[in-house]
Design a protein around this ligand. Structure first.
Ligand code: TXD
Length: 322
């Protein structure tokens, strides 16, 4: 009889086998980065997606393995855990309702991560991103360098694409930085955007750049409006994969990530989007960028919104468990 497939170390566990989770799994496998355990609460679904992905392996020509599961036992020993589990906002649901529901999911998921993969690096993807990352660190008690969130890589990739589209340049030749909380107050930093080493503000007039910055802030909504059901997942999955690769290969690459601040930009005790080195230990040095006065101001406004979100979360939990 055929033995069930087993993953080999180091492997990645992905919690939530929906659009982002399953697509990230596909990218990780097809880039040959590592084996994957795909977990979801829906019975059969992660197993079905895993089998389908394995059946593509002969054609794609990779030798990586994926298993699907509904049991946390299977994530034991994961090198990295990526959390995409969550519910989307439905009509009639307030932002507070969504925060409460996803917070309960993240609390449950992270308690299991703490139990079964206590040495892992934890990448949070679930929205509201900065707040869920804060919660994940609280629940696991992991060192802050091992808990971080994915948003900046995606937001910067959107901005990079919009600049490339405008200049008819190759997207990978464009560098961009987006700082701050993941939401409508994120801060695209045009002063640090480069095209083949040239500052973008020398290539695109200011008013057009301002439009590109706004399109970046609205990037998620633009895709959602077109899709009608669900939200973006191809670029989010690529962003997860970029972070996974930086960790597995100890690249110490400077990427925009949601990391814990201890005084950088004058902010303390807050998970927030900044640029930081990412390698096998997780977050290394946070790279503080010189910012124009207006950019600093925008960053503080964004930080105030994230702080409010964290307060909302704490108020919600104190109501649940007084
Ligand atoms: O930049 C970013 N950080 C983001 C964030 C970019 C894209 C998507 N972003 C957020 O990721 C989005 O707002 C959601 O909060 C998550 C996942 O998005 P996705 O598009 O993948 O959502 P799906 O397709 O609905 O998948 C969610 C899966 C689904 O299969 C559920 O069954 C599962 O999560 N789920 C759970 N898995 C494990 N454990 C629990 N408790 C659970 N509850 C639901």
């Amino acid at each position: 009889m055929t033995q069930p497939l087993k993953v080999r170390k180091p492997f990645i566990a992905i919690i939530g086998a929906g659009q982002v989770g399953a697509t990230a799994a596909q990218r990780i496998l097809e880039k040959g980065l590592s084996d994957v355990v795909l977990f979801d609460v829906v019975e059969g679904m992660p197993q079905g997606k895993a089998l389908d992905l394995m059946e593509a392996a002969p054609i794609e020509g990779h030798d990586k393995r994926i298993i699907g599961t509904n049991s946390y036992e299977d994530i034991r020993g994961a090198e990295i855990v990526v959390v995409t589990a969550g519910l989307p906002r439905k009509p009639g649901m307030s932002r507070e309702d969504l925060l409460g529901m996803n917070a309960k999911i993240i609390r449950d998921v992270c308690a299991n991560v703490k139990k079964f993969a206590p040495a892992s690096k934890l990448i949070i993807v679930t929205n509201p991103l900065d707040i869920m990352t804060h919660l994940a660190q609280k629940v696991t008690g992991f060192p802050k360098s091992r808990v971080f969130g994915m948003a900046g890589v995606l937001d910067a990739a959107r901005m990079r694409f919009f600049i490339a589209e405008r200049l008819e340049a190759t997207p990978k030749d464009v560098e961009a930085v987006v700082l701050g909380g993941h939401g409508d107050l994120m801060v695209p930093v045009s002063s640090h955007s480069l095209v083949k080493g040239q500052p973008v503000h020398k290539l695109i007039p200011q008013e057009e750049l301002a439009k590109i910055e706004q399109r970046t802030r609205d990037g998620g909504a633009e895709v959602m409006a077109l899709l009608k059901t669900g939200s973006a997942f191809y670029a989010p999955a690529s962003s997860v994969c970029e972070m996974v690769q930086a960790i597995l290969k100890n690249e110490r690459k400077v990427l925009p990530v949601c990391a814990y601040l201890e005084g950088e930009y004058g902010l303390k005790g807050l998970y927030f989007g900044v640029t930081a080195e990412l390698g096998s230990e997780g977050i290394g040095r946070i790279v503080e960028m010189p910012l124009a006065q207006s950019e600093k101001k925008a960053l503080m406004t964004s930080a105030d919104k994230v702080k409010k979100g964290v307060q909302e979360l704490e108020a919600l939990f104190s109501k649940m468990n007084p």
